[in-house]
Design a protein. Structure first.
Length: 101
């Protein structure tokens, strides 16, 4: 009698602990723009420059290196430090429009 009660308590404890652990969610923000599938994989806002975002993006399933998107000046800084203006209706516009809302 005591062993069956102990087993049932153990079972309830194990089940409740297994539901208490939450796995990280993969919530990609994907949009279709100009016949391209654009997904924001990871995005972080700069603490010093609140108008800048560091983002990992994939375009049509191809992941780009992390780039800095400057929403104030509408510029993108690539990994090799080259500065490129946003394309109209492109990735930079998508990031800035999604975040600024």
């Amino acid at each position: 009698m005591f062993l069956t009660r102990l087993k049932s308590i153990y079972l309830v404890l194990v089940l409740s602990l297994s539901f208490a652990v939450a796995l990280p969610a993969q919530a990609f923000t994907c949009r279709n723009l100009n016949n391209h599938s654009i997904c924001i994989i990871n995005i972080k806002r700069s603490a010093k420059y609140h108008w800048e975002y560091r983002a990992d993006v994939s375009v049509d399933g191809v992941k780009r290196p992390t780039e800095v998107y400057n929403c104030r000046d509408r510029l993108r800084v690539r990994k090799d430090r080259t500065i490129v203006p946003f394309d109209s209706n492109g990735v930079g516009e998508l990031i800035c429009n999604l975040i600024d809302k």
